[in-house]
Design a protein around this ligand. Sequence first.
Ligand code: 5GP
Length: 194
Amino acid sequence: MAEHPARLTVLAGPTADGKGTVSADLRVRYPEVWLSVSATTRSPRPGEVDGVHYHFLSPQRFEQMVANGEFLEHAVVHGRNSYGTPSRPVQEKLAAGQPALLEIDLQGARQVRETMPEARFVFLAPPSWEELLRRLVGRGTEDAEERERRLTSARVELAAAAEFDHTIVNDDVHRATDELVALMGCERSQPLTR
Ligand code: 5GP
């Protein structure tokens, strides 16, 4: 039996708030914390590995999974690509008494709140709007049109912090990850490196 009741934690927040960086940090420093691998119809970025960072699916395969009811939640993010959390691995983790973590967008978090209100909802906030802008523009992986789309989403999403159980300010990635792990009840986990 797990010492802490297994609970789902949902980490969400505006685009470019650093969710991806926190996930990456978590994978390296807390490999024992189970993070759901989402499905997406977007193409892999350099360095992204199928099955590790995402399950990269064709739109047809994604739609098939939707039709089969295989997603815990799914959404079109930034008006472009589809993203979804495959249900089964999450249910299996929780059934095995182990905590599970989702890193998803706000629409997805709202869906999970409908179906699993007992989950813990954590909002990852950027340190400031200026920093968020800097990250959006600085990342350089999206074209101007895509950046504008993401900015519009971010404005709306920032206002959603009040819907969440906790807010973590992503002023320092290690600190933010440590706070998340502590919230998940894995506080006795020690980071591998700092
Ligand atoms: P990116 O394409 O930069 O990896 O992610 C874009 C956005 O999609 C991020 O805000 C991320 O949180 C969100 N996202 C990633 N996986 C999922 C998912 O399974 N479901 C939902 N709803 N959003 C996701």
